[in-house]
Design a protein around this ligand. Structure first.
Ligand code: 3PG
Ligand code: CO
Length: 555
Protein backbone atom coordinates (compact mmCIF):
# COMPACT_ATOMS: atom_id res chain seq x y z
CA UNK A 1 0.00 0.00 0.00
CA UNK A 2 1.53 3.30 -1.07
CA UNK A 3 1.91 6.03 1.50
CA UNK A 4 3.47 9.49 1.36
CA UNK A 5 4.61 9.09 4.94
CA UNK A 6 8.38 8.95 5.28
CA UNK A 7 9.96 6.92 8.05
CA UNK A 8 11.80 8.82 10.76
CA UNK A 9 15.55 8.82 10.44
CA UNK A 10 16.88 6.69 13.32
CA UNK A 11 19.54 9.22 14.29
CA UNK A 12 18.85 12.62 12.77
CA UNK A 13 16.48 15.16 14.30
CA UNK A 14 13.60 16.97 12.65
CA UNK A 15 12.83 20.65 12.60
CA UNK A 16 16.16 22.07 11.45
CA UNK A 17 16.20 24.72 8.77
CA UNK A 18 17.96 23.29 5.73
CA UNK A 19 19.28 25.69 3.08
CA UNK A 20 19.76 24.02 -0.29
CA UNK A 21 21.92 26.15 -2.57
CA UNK A 22 22.43 25.20 -6.21
CA UNK A 23 25.22 27.07 -7.96
CA UNK A 24 24.29 26.86 -11.62
CA UNK A 25 27.15 25.93 -13.92
CA UNK A 26 29.74 25.47 -11.16
CA UNK A 27 31.97 22.49 -11.83
CA UNK A 28 35.28 21.35 -10.41
CA UNK A 29 38.02 21.74 -13.00
CA UNK A 30 41.72 22.21 -13.57
CA UNK A 31 42.97 25.26 -11.70
CA UNK A 32 44.22 27.27 -14.65
CA UNK A 33 43.50 30.71 -16.07
CA UNK A 34 40.50 29.50 -18.07
CA UNK A 35 38.83 28.28 -14.89
CA UNK A 36 36.83 31.34 -13.83
CA UNK A 37 35.90 29.80 -10.48
CA UNK A 38 39.56 29.25 -9.71
CA UNK A 39 40.57 32.73 -10.83
CA UNK A 40 37.69 34.51 -9.07
CA UNK A 41 37.86 35.30 -5.38
CA UNK A 42 35.59 32.65 -3.90
CA UNK A 43 36.57 32.47 -0.24
CA UNK A 44 33.32 30.88 0.87
CA UNK A 45 33.37 28.00 -1.57
CA UNK A 46 37.12 27.61 -0.96
CA UNK A 47 36.58 27.32 2.77
CA UNK A 48 33.89 24.67 2.31
CA UNK A 49 36.35 22.61 0.31
CA UNK A 50 39.27 23.05 2.65
CA UNK A 51 37.30 23.07 5.87
CA UNK A 52 35.94 19.60 6.40
CA UNK A 53 37.09 16.83 4.09
CA UNK A 54 34.39 14.50 5.34
CA UNK A 55 31.74 17.07 4.44
CA UNK A 56 32.85 18.03 0.94
CA UNK A 57 32.99 15.81 -2.09
CA UNK A 58 32.38 15.68 -5.84
CA UNK A 59 29.32 14.37 -7.64
CA UNK A 60 28.79 13.21 -11.20
CA UNK A 61 26.62 15.65 -13.09
CA UNK A 62 26.76 14.50 -16.72
CA UNK A 63 26.01 11.56 -18.99
CA UNK A 64 24.30 8.42 -17.80
CA UNK A 65 24.51 9.56 -14.16
CA UNK A 66 21.75 12.05 -14.99
CA UNK A 67 19.86 9.93 -17.54
CA UNK A 68 21.51 11.20 -20.73
CA UNK A 69 22.23 8.79 -23.60
CA UNK A 70 26.02 8.54 -23.17
CA UNK A 71 28.86 9.68 -20.96
CA UNK A 72 29.94 12.03 -23.75
CA UNK A 73 26.85 14.14 -23.00
CA UNK A 74 27.59 17.17 -20.87
CA UNK A 75 25.27 17.92 -18.00
CA UNK A 76 22.53 20.50 -18.18
CA UNK A 77 20.10 22.21 -15.88
CA UNK A 78 17.01 20.25 -16.84
CA UNK A 79 18.46 16.82 -16.19
CA UNK A 80 20.54 18.14 -13.29
CA UNK A 81 17.65 19.67 -11.39
CA UNK A 82 15.39 16.74 -12.27
CA UNK A 83 17.94 14.42 -10.66
CA UNK A 84 18.45 16.68 -7.65
CA UNK A 85 14.74 16.96 -6.98
CA UNK A 86 13.58 13.47 -7.93
CA UNK A 87 16.34 11.45 -6.30
CA UNK A 88 16.29 8.88 -9.07
CA UNK A 89 17.82 8.64 -12.53
CA UNK A 90 15.31 8.72 -15.37
CA UNK A 91 16.01 8.10 -19.03
CA UNK A 92 15.65 11.69 -20.18
CA UNK A 93 14.09 13.25 -23.29
CA UNK A 94 17.20 12.89 -25.44
CA UNK A 95 17.30 9.16 -24.77
CA UNK A 96 13.56 8.59 -25.08
CA UNK A 97 13.49 10.30 -28.47
CA UNK A 98 16.48 8.22 -29.62
CA UNK A 99 14.64 5.04 -28.67
CA UNK A 100 11.36 6.08 -30.29
CA UNK A 101 13.13 6.99 -33.54
CA UNK A 102 15.24 3.84 -33.58
CA UNK A 103 12.28 1.53 -33.02
CA UNK A 104 9.97 3.50 -35.31
CA UNK A 105 7.43 3.72 -32.48
CA UNK A 106 7.37 7.47 -32.87
CA UNK A 107 5.40 7.01 -36.13
CA UNK A 108 2.81 4.79 -34.49
CA UNK A 109 1.92 7.11 -31.65
CA UNK A 110 -1.10 9.36 -31.30
CA UNK A 111 0.99 12.51 -31.75
CA UNK A 112 2.41 11.54 -35.12
CA UNK A 113 -0.97 10.31 -36.37
CA UNK A 114 -2.41 13.68 -35.42
CA UNK A 115 0.08 15.68 -37.47
CA UNK A 116 -0.10 13.11 -40.26
CA UNK A 117 -3.74 14.08 -40.82
CA UNK A 118 -2.44 17.30 -42.41
CA UNK A 119 0.09 15.71 -44.76
CA UNK A 120 -2.24 15.41 -47.78
CA UNK A 121 -3.28 19.03 -48.00
CA UNK A 122 -0.94 20.92 -45.72
CA UNK A 123 2.71 21.55 -44.96
CA UNK A 124 4.66 19.98 -42.12
CA UNK A 125 6.63 22.63 -40.21
CA UNK A 126 9.48 21.65 -37.93
CA UNK A 127 10.64 24.31 -35.47
CA UNK A 128 13.63 23.89 -33.18
CA UNK A 129 17.26 24.30 -32.23
CA UNK A 130 19.69 23.31 -34.97
CA UNK A 131 22.75 21.81 -33.32
CA UNK A 132 24.19 18.63 -31.93
CA UNK A 133 24.48 20.01 -28.40
CA UNK A 134 22.14 17.36 -27.05
CA UNK A 135 20.74 19.73 -24.43
CA UNK A 136 17.54 20.86 -26.15
CA UNK A 137 17.62 18.94 -29.42
CA UNK A 138 19.92 17.01 -31.71
CA UNK A 139 20.53 17.36 -35.42
CA UNK A 140 20.59 13.59 -35.97
CA UNK A 141 17.12 13.32 -34.46
CA UNK A 142 15.86 16.06 -36.79
CA UNK A 143 17.42 14.22 -39.72
CA UNK A 144 15.70 10.97 -38.77
CA UNK A 145 12.40 12.75 -38.26
CA UNK A 146 12.63 14.43 -41.66
CA UNK A 147 13.28 11.10 -43.31
CA UNK A 148 10.60 9.31 -41.32
CA UNK A 149 7.97 11.97 -41.87
CA UNK A 150 8.55 11.94 -45.60
CA UNK A 151 8.35 8.15 -45.66
CA UNK A 152 5.08 8.46 -43.77
CA UNK A 153 3.46 10.82 -46.22
CA UNK A 154 4.74 14.37 -45.68
CA UNK A 155 5.00 15.98 -49.12
CA UNK A 156 5.81 19.55 -48.24
CA UNK A 157 8.15 20.30 -45.33
CA UNK A 158 9.42 23.59 -43.95
CA UNK A 159 12.10 23.79 -41.28
CA UNK A 160 12.30 26.85 -39.03
CA UNK A 161 15.77 26.85 -37.53
CA UNK A 162 17.14 28.41 -34.38
CA UNK A 163 20.92 28.76 -34.39
CA UNK A 164 22.79 27.66 -31.28
CA UNK A 165 26.34 28.72 -30.31
CA UNK A 166 25.50 28.13 -26.63
CA UNK A 167 25.52 24.36 -26.27
CA UNK A 168 28.05 24.16 -29.11
CA UNK A 169 30.88 26.43 -30.32
CA UNK A 170 29.92 29.80 -31.74
CA UNK A 171 30.11 29.79 -35.53
CA UNK A 172 29.08 26.16 -35.93
CA UNK A 173 25.65 27.28 -37.19
CA UNK A 174 27.08 27.54 -40.71
CA UNK A 175 28.07 23.88 -40.79
CA UNK A 176 24.76 22.73 -39.33
CA UNK A 177 22.82 24.70 -41.93
CA UNK A 178 24.95 23.17 -44.69
CA UNK A 179 24.21 19.68 -43.39
CA UNK A 180 20.50 20.36 -43.13
CA UNK A 181 20.29 21.93 -46.58
CA UNK A 182 22.09 18.95 -47.97
CA UNK A 183 19.49 16.61 -46.45
CA UNK A 184 16.64 18.76 -47.67
CA UNK A 185 17.98 18.81 -51.21
CA UNK A 186 18.13 15.02 -51.17
CA UNK A 187 14.46 14.99 -50.15
CA UNK A 188 13.82 17.45 -52.95
CA UNK A 189 15.33 15.00 -55.43
CA UNK A 190 12.91 12.39 -54.12
CA UNK A 191 10.02 14.66 -55.00
CA UNK A 192 9.44 16.19 -51.58
CA UNK A 193 9.17 19.95 -51.46
CA UNK A 194 11.43 20.50 -48.43
CA UNK A 195 13.34 23.61 -47.43
CA UNK A 196 14.33 25.92 -44.61
CA UNK A 197 11.74 28.68 -44.23
CA UNK A 198 13.00 30.92 -41.45
CA UNK A 199 15.58 31.26 -38.73
CA UNK A 200 17.15 33.29 -35.97
CA UNK A 201 19.45 32.99 -32.96
CA UNK A 202 18.05 30.95 -30.08
CA UNK A 203 18.49 33.68 -27.46
CA UNK A 204 16.82 36.33 -29.59
CA UNK A 205 14.19 34.31 -31.40
CA UNK A 206 11.63 31.85 -29.93
CA UNK A 207 13.59 30.11 -27.17
CA UNK A 208 12.89 32.33 -24.17
CA UNK A 209 11.98 30.61 -20.91
CA UNK A 210 9.91 31.19 -17.79
CA UNK A 211 8.16 34.14 -19.47
CA UNK A 212 11.24 36.31 -19.16
CA UNK A 213 10.61 38.19 -22.42
CA UNK A 214 7.68 37.43 -24.71
CA UNK A 215 9.23 39.67 -27.40
CA UNK A 216 11.63 36.81 -28.09
CA UNK A 217 8.75 34.47 -28.88
CA UNK A 218 6.97 37.13 -30.88
CA UNK A 219 9.98 37.67 -33.14
CA UNK A 220 9.90 33.95 -33.88
CA UNK A 221 6.14 33.94 -34.42
CA UNK A 222 6.38 36.75 -36.94
CA UNK A 223 9.00 34.89 -38.96
CA UNK A 224 7.65 31.35 -38.61
CA UNK A 225 3.91 31.91 -38.77
CA UNK A 226 3.49 35.24 -40.54
CA UNK A 227 6.54 34.97 -42.78
CA UNK A 228 7.72 38.42 -41.72
CA UNK A 229 11.20 39.38 -40.53
CA UNK A 230 13.62 42.29 -40.87
CA UNK A 231 15.94 40.16 -43.01
CA UNK A 232 15.04 38.24 -46.14
CA UNK A 233 17.33 35.84 -47.95
CA UNK A 234 17.06 33.32 -50.76
CA UNK A 235 18.74 30.60 -48.67
CA UNK A 236 19.45 29.92 -45.02
CA UNK A 237 23.13 29.37 -45.68
CA UNK A 238 23.38 32.80 -47.23
CA UNK A 239 21.40 34.21 -44.29
CA UNK A 240 23.62 32.80 -41.60
CA UNK A 241 26.84 33.71 -43.42
CA UNK A 242 25.72 37.26 -44.16
CA UNK A 243 24.32 37.95 -40.72
CA UNK A 244 27.49 36.66 -39.10
CA UNK A 245 29.59 39.18 -41.07
CA UNK A 246 28.61 41.82 -38.52
CA UNK A 247 31.58 41.72 -36.11
CA UNK A 248 29.23 41.79 -33.13
CA UNK A 249 27.08 38.94 -34.43
CA UNK A 250 27.05 35.49 -32.89
CA UNK A 251 24.96 32.38 -33.36
CA UNK A 252 23.01 32.80 -30.12
CA UNK A 253 21.69 36.24 -31.06
CA UNK A 254 21.27 36.21 -34.85
CA UNK A 255 18.29 38.37 -35.85
CA UNK A 256 15.19 36.73 -37.30
CA UNK A 257 15.12 36.09 -41.03
CA UNK A 258 12.79 34.51 -43.54
CA UNK A 259 13.61 32.71 -46.74
CA UNK A 260 11.86 34.13 -49.80
CA UNK A 261 11.30 32.91 -53.35
CA UNK A 262 12.36 34.74 -56.50
CA UNK A 263 9.34 37.02 -56.22
CA UNK A 264 10.25 37.97 -52.66
CA UNK A 265 7.48 35.94 -51.05
CA UNK A 266 8.16 33.99 -47.84
CA UNK A 267 8.47 30.28 -48.69
CA UNK A 268 6.93 28.88 -45.55
CA UNK A 269 4.49 30.82 -43.39
CA UNK A 270 2.27 28.60 -41.25
CA UNK A 271 -1.32 28.56 -42.50
CA UNK A 272 -4.65 26.81 -41.87
CA UNK A 273 -4.41 23.07 -42.39
CA UNK A 274 -0.66 22.80 -41.68
CA UNK A 275 1.04 20.55 -39.16
CA UNK A 276 3.64 21.91 -36.75
CA UNK A 277 6.18 20.03 -34.64
CA UNK A 278 8.52 21.71 -32.18
CA UNK A 279 11.35 19.22 -32.29
CA UNK A 280 13.23 20.18 -29.10
CA UNK A 281 12.90 17.54 -26.41
CA UNK A 282 13.83 19.85 -23.56
CA UNK A 283 10.94 21.63 -21.94
CA UNK A 284 11.87 25.02 -20.53
CA UNK A 285 12.48 26.92 -23.74
CA UNK A 286 9.55 25.34 -25.60
CA UNK A 287 6.75 26.08 -23.13
CA UNK A 288 6.21 29.64 -24.31
CA UNK A 289 6.04 28.88 -28.04
CA UNK A 290 3.85 25.88 -27.22
CA UNK A 291 1.38 28.19 -25.52
CA UNK A 292 1.37 30.53 -28.52
CA UNK A 293 0.80 27.65 -30.93
CA UNK A 294 -1.81 25.87 -28.84
CA UNK A 295 -3.88 28.28 -26.79
CA UNK A 296 -7.03 29.68 -28.33
CA UNK A 297 -7.03 32.45 -25.73
CA UNK A 298 -3.67 34.10 -25.59
CA UNK A 299 -2.75 37.66 -24.67
CA UNK A 300 1.04 37.68 -24.40
CA UNK A 301 1.46 39.36 -27.78
CA UNK A 302 -0.65 40.02 -30.84
CA UNK A 303 -0.41 36.88 -32.95
CA UNK A 304 -2.14 38.67 -35.88
CA UNK A 305 -3.06 35.27 -37.32
CA UNK A 306 -3.88 32.14 -35.35
CA UNK A 307 -3.91 29.47 -38.04
CA UNK A 308 -5.88 26.26 -37.50
CA UNK A 309 -3.08 23.74 -37.31
CA UNK A 310 -2.31 20.35 -35.87
CA UNK A 311 0.49 21.01 -33.41
CA UNK A 312 2.59 18.44 -31.56
CA UNK A 313 5.64 18.81 -29.36
CA UNK A 314 8.51 16.37 -29.57
CA UNK A 315 7.59 15.73 -25.92
CA UNK A 316 4.90 17.00 -23.65
CA UNK A 317 6.73 19.90 -22.02
CA UNK A 318 4.63 20.62 -18.93
CA UNK A 319 3.10 17.71 -17.05
CA UNK A 320 0.82 19.90 -14.95
CA UNK A 321 -0.53 22.04 -17.79
CA UNK A 322 -0.53 18.99 -20.10
CA UNK A 323 1.15 21.20 -22.68
CA UNK A 324 1.16 20.59 -25.53
CA UNK A 325 -1.78 18.24 -25.62
CA UNK A 326 -0.28 16.33 -28.56
CA UNK A 327 3.29 15.06 -28.57
CA UNK A 328 5.40 12.53 -30.44
CA UNK A 329 7.21 10.92 -27.49
CA UNK A 330 6.03 10.52 -23.91
CA UNK A 331 8.21 12.41 -21.44
CA UNK A 332 9.96 10.65 -18.56
CA UNK A 333 7.42 9.87 -15.89
CA UNK A 334 9.06 11.67 -13.04
CA UNK A 335 6.82 11.19 -10.06
CA UNK A 336 7.05 11.14 -6.27
CA UNK A 337 9.71 13.84 -6.25
CA UNK A 338 11.36 14.84 -2.99
CA UNK A 339 9.46 18.13 -2.98
CA UNK A 340 6.14 16.35 -3.03
CA UNK A 341 7.20 13.90 -0.31
CA UNK A 342 8.50 16.62 1.94
CA UNK A 343 5.36 18.70 1.65
CA UNK A 344 3.34 15.61 2.63
CA UNK A 345 5.60 15.21 5.65
CA UNK A 346 5.14 18.68 7.01
CA UNK A 347 8.23 20.34 5.53
CA UNK A 348 7.51 23.97 4.71
CA UNK A 349 9.45 24.96 1.64
CA UNK A 350 10.67 28.22 0.18
CA UNK A 351 12.22 28.31 -3.29
CA UNK A 352 13.71 31.28 -5.08
CA UNK A 353 15.75 32.35 -8.07
CA UNK A 354 15.63 35.07 -10.67
CA UNK A 355 13.43 34.59 -13.71
CA UNK A 356 15.97 32.94 -16.01
CA UNK A 357 16.56 30.17 -13.46
CA UNK A 358 13.32 30.33 -11.50
CA UNK A 359 11.82 27.24 -13.09
CA UNK A 360 15.00 25.30 -12.37
CA UNK A 361 14.38 25.18 -8.60
CA UNK A 362 10.61 24.84 -9.02
CA UNK A 363 9.50 23.34 -12.36
CA UNK A 364 12.56 21.15 -13.05
CA UNK A 365 13.05 20.36 -9.36
CA UNK A 366 9.48 19.08 -9.23
CA UNK A 367 9.81 16.85 -12.29
CA UNK A 368 8.77 19.33 -15.03
CA UNK A 369 5.62 20.23 -13.23
CA UNK A 370 4.54 23.85 -12.84
CA UNK A 371 2.84 25.21 -9.77
CA UNK A 372 2.76 24.20 -6.11
CA UNK A 373 2.07 20.80 -4.61
CA UNK A 374 0.44 22.54 -1.69
CA UNK A 375 0.30 26.34 -1.65
CA UNK A 376 -0.16 26.29 2.11
CA UNK A 377 3.20 24.59 2.55
CA UNK A 378 5.26 26.25 -0.16
CA UNK A 379 6.29 29.69 -1.26
CA UNK A 380 8.08 30.25 -4.56
CA UNK A 381 9.60 33.67 -5.14
CA UNK A 382 10.76 34.85 -8.54
CA UNK A 383 13.04 37.87 -8.78
CA UNK A 384 12.61 39.48 -12.20
CA UNK A 385 15.70 39.08 -14.38
CA UNK A 386 17.00 41.95 -16.45
CA UNK A 387 15.75 41.55 -19.99
CA UNK A 388 17.18 42.55 -23.32
CA UNK A 389 20.81 42.26 -22.19
CA UNK A 390 23.50 39.65 -22.41
CA UNK A 391 24.55 38.77 -18.88
CA UNK A 392 28.22 39.60 -19.42
CA UNK A 393 27.03 43.20 -19.10
CA UNK A 394 25.48 42.51 -15.66
CA UNK A 395 27.52 39.54 -14.43
CA UNK A 396 26.40 39.90 -10.82
CA UNK A 397 22.86 39.30 -12.01
CA UNK A 398 20.43 39.06 -9.07
CA UNK A 399 22.66 36.86 -6.92
CA UNK A 400 22.59 39.15 -3.91
CA UNK A 401 18.85 39.75 -4.20
CA UNK A 402 18.29 35.99 -4.25
CA UNK A 403 20.53 35.63 -1.20
CA UNK A 404 18.59 38.40 0.57
CA UNK A 405 15.28 36.66 -0.06
CA UNK A 406 16.75 33.39 1.15
CA UNK A 407 18.16 35.11 4.23
CA UNK A 408 14.77 36.61 5.06
CA UNK A 409 13.11 33.24 4.57
CA UNK A 410 15.64 31.52 6.84
CA UNK A 411 15.45 34.16 9.56
CA UNK A 412 11.64 34.16 9.44
CA UNK A 413 11.63 30.60 10.87
CA UNK A 414 8.62 29.96 8.64
CA UNK A 415 10.33 27.35 6.47
CA UNK A 416 12.16 24.08 6.96
CA UNK A 417 13.71 24.10 3.52
CA UNK A 418 15.01 27.20 1.75
CA UNK A 419 16.13 26.36 -1.77
CA UNK A 420 17.78 28.69 -4.26
CA UNK A 421 19.55 28.65 -7.58
CA UNK A 422 22.41 31.12 -8.11
CA UNK A 423 22.69 31.60 -11.88
CA UNK A 424 25.97 33.45 -12.44
CA UNK A 425 28.44 30.68 -13.28
CA UNK A 426 26.10 29.36 -15.91
CA UNK A 427 24.42 32.40 -17.41
CA UNK A 428 27.58 34.47 -17.62
CA UNK A 429 29.62 31.42 -18.59
CA UNK A 430 27.36 30.94 -21.63
CA UNK A 431 28.36 34.37 -22.95
CA UNK A 432 31.94 33.17 -23.32
CA UNK A 433 33.18 36.36 -21.64
CA UNK A 434 35.92 35.22 -19.27
CA UNK A 435 36.36 38.51 -17.40
CA UNK A 436 32.63 38.83 -16.79
CA UNK A 437 32.33 35.21 -15.70
CA UNK A 438 34.99 35.79 -13.05
CA UNK A 439 32.94 38.72 -11.71
CA UNK A 440 29.82 36.53 -11.77
CA UNK A 441 31.48 33.71 -9.84
CA UNK A 442 32.62 36.12 -7.15
CA UNK A 443 29.07 37.43 -6.79
CA UNK A 444 27.69 33.89 -6.49
CA UNK A 445 30.24 33.13 -3.79
CA UNK A 446 29.18 36.25 -1.87
CA UNK A 447 25.59 35.13 -2.12
CA UNK A 448 26.52 31.75 -0.66
CA UNK A 449 28.25 33.55 2.20
CA UNK A 450 25.11 35.53 3.01
CA UNK A 451 22.99 32.39 3.06
CA UNK A 452 25.47 30.49 5.24
CA UNK A 453 25.54 33.40 7.67
CA UNK A 454 21.76 33.17 8.02
CA UNK A 455 21.98 29.41 8.51
CA UNK A 456 24.52 30.05 11.25
CA UNK A 457 22.17 32.47 13.00
CA UNK A 458 19.26 30.03 13.17
CA UNK A 459 21.33 26.96 14.00
CA UNK A 460 20.48 25.39 10.67
CA UNK A 461 22.07 23.13 8.08
CA UNK A 462 23.34 23.91 4.60
CA UNK A 463 23.73 21.85 1.46
CA UNK A 464 25.68 23.67 -1.23
CA UNK A 465 26.01 22.01 -4.61
CA UNK A 466 25.71 22.63 -8.36
CA UNK A 467 23.80 21.24 -11.32
CA UNK A 468 26.59 20.88 -13.91
CA UNK A 469 29.84 22.47 -14.95
CA UNK A 470 30.28 25.59 -17.03
CA UNK A 471 32.36 28.44 -15.55
CA UNK A 472 35.24 26.17 -14.52
CA UNK A 473 36.29 25.74 -18.11
CA UNK A 474 35.89 28.44 -20.72
CA UNK A 475 37.88 26.99 -23.60
CA UNK A 476 37.68 24.09 -25.98
CA UNK A 477 40.39 21.57 -25.23
CA UNK A 478 41.97 18.73 -27.16
CA UNK A 479 42.17 15.20 -25.81
CA UNK A 480 45.24 15.94 -23.72
CA UNK A 481 43.57 18.95 -22.12
CA UNK A 482 45.50 21.61 -24.01
CA UNK A 483 43.70 24.59 -25.60
CA UNK A 484 42.37 23.69 -29.01
CA UNK A 485 43.17 26.31 -31.63
CA UNK A 486 41.00 27.23 -34.60
CA UNK A 487 42.38 27.46 -38.12
CA UNK A 488 43.64 30.99 -37.46
CA UNK A 489 45.52 29.86 -34.38
CA UNK A 490 43.09 31.40 -31.90
CA UNK A 491 41.96 29.73 -28.71
CA UNK A 492 38.34 28.61 -29.06
CA UNK A 493 36.01 29.93 -26.39
CA UNK A 494 33.70 27.36 -24.84
CA UNK A 495 30.25 28.82 -24.20
CA UNK A 496 28.73 25.47 -23.30
CA UNK A 497 28.52 23.29 -20.21
CA UNK A 498 31.17 20.70 -19.45
CA UNK A 499 31.56 17.07 -18.42
CA UNK A 500 33.07 18.02 -15.07
CA UNK A 501 31.83 16.83 -11.69
CA UNK A 502 30.35 19.31 -9.23
CA UNK A 503 31.06 19.90 -5.55
CA UNK A 504 28.68 19.26 -2.71
CA UNK A 505 29.27 20.53 0.82
CA UNK A 506 27.18 20.06 3.93
CA UNK A 507 27.50 21.75 7.29
CA UNK A 508 26.07 24.32 9.64
CA UNK A 509 25.53 24.38 13.40
CA UNK A 510 22.40 22.23 13.10
CA UNK A 511 24.23 19.33 11.52
CA UNK A 512 24.69 16.53 14.04
CA UNK A 513 28.40 16.10 14.85
CA UNK A 514 28.67 12.54 13.53
CA UNK A 515 27.28 13.28 10.06
CA UNK A 516 29.78 12.76 7.26
CA UNK A 517 29.89 11.64 3.66
CA UNK A 518 30.07 7.91 3.17
CA UNK A 519 33.23 6.55 1.61
CA UNK A 520 31.52 3.73 -0.27
CA UNK A 521 29.86 5.80 -3.01
CA UNK A 522 32.73 7.02 -5.17
CA UNK A 523 30.57 7.30 -8.29
CA UNK A 524 27.58 9.02 -6.69
CA UNK A 525 25.84 11.74 -8.67
CA UNK A 526 23.21 14.43 -8.42
CA UNK A 527 20.43 11.88 -7.92
CA UNK A 528 21.94 10.98 -4.52
CA UNK A 529 21.25 14.46 -3.16
CA UNK A 530 17.49 14.10 -2.60
CA UNK A 531 17.83 11.23 -0.13
CA UNK A 532 20.61 13.15 1.60
CA UNK A 533 18.42 16.22 2.03
CA UNK A 534 15.55 14.08 3.32
CA UNK A 535 17.91 12.69 5.97
CA UNK A 536 18.92 16.19 7.01
CA UNK A 537 15.23 16.96 7.51
CA UNK A 538 15.08 13.93 9.81
CA UNK A 539 13.54 11.40 7.42
CA UNK A 540 14.57 8.22 5.70
CA UNK A 541 14.28 8.39 1.94
CA UNK A 542 11.91 6.10 0.01
CA UNK A 543 13.57 2.79 -0.77
CA UNK A 544 13.67 3.32 -4.53
CA UNK A 545 15.59 6.61 -4.23
CA UNK A 546 19.31 6.64 -4.99
CA UNK A 547 21.10 6.14 -1.71
CA UNK A 548 21.95 8.92 0.68
CA UNK A 549 25.44 10.36 0.64
CA UNK A 550 25.68 10.61 4.42
CA UNK A 551 26.16 8.34 7.38
CA UNK A 552 26.05 9.13 11.07
CA UNK A 553 28.94 7.86 13.14
CA UNK A 554 28.68 7.86 16.90
CA UNK A 555 30.81 10.60 18.25
C1 3PG B 1 20.25 27.15 -22.02
O1 3PG B 1 19.11 26.75 -22.28
O2 3PG B 1 20.48 28.29 -21.57
C2 3PG B 1 21.40 26.23 -22.33
O3 3PG B 1 21.15 25.52 -23.50
C3 3PG B 1 21.58 25.25 -21.22
O4 3PG B 1 21.74 25.88 -19.99
P1 3PG B 1 21.06 25.33 -18.67
O5 3PG B 1 20.94 23.85 -18.83
O6 3PG B 1 22.07 25.70 -17.61
O7 3PG B 1 19.77 26.00 -18.49
CO1 CO C 1 23.55 26.53 -18.82
Amino acid sequence: EFSWKLADHPKLPKGKTVAVVVLDGWGEGNPDKYNCIHVAETPTMDSLKKGAPERWRLLKAHGTAVGLPTDDDMGNSEVGHNALGAGRIYAQGAKLVDLALASGKIYEGEGFKYIQECFDQGTLHLIGLLSDGGVHSRLDQLQLLLKGASEHGAKRIRVHILTDGRDVLDGTSVGFVEMLENDLSKLWEEGIDAQIASGGGRMYVTMDRYENDWEVVKRGWDAQVLGEAPYKFRSALEAVKKLREDPKANDQYLPPFVIVDESGKAVGPIVDGDAVVTFNFRADRMVMIAKALEYENFDKFDRVQFPKIHYAGMLQYDGELKLPSHYLVSPPEIERTSGEYLVHNGIRTFACSETVKFGHVTFFWNGNRSGYFDPNMEEYVEIPSDTGISFNVQPKMKALEIAEKATDAILSHKFHQVRVNLPNGDMVGHTGDIEATIVGCKAADEAVKMILDAVEQVGGIYVVTADHGNAEDMIKRNKSGQPQLDKNGNIQILTSHTLQPVPIAIGGPGLAPGVRFRQDLPTAGLANVAATVMNLHGFEAPSDYESTLVEVVDS
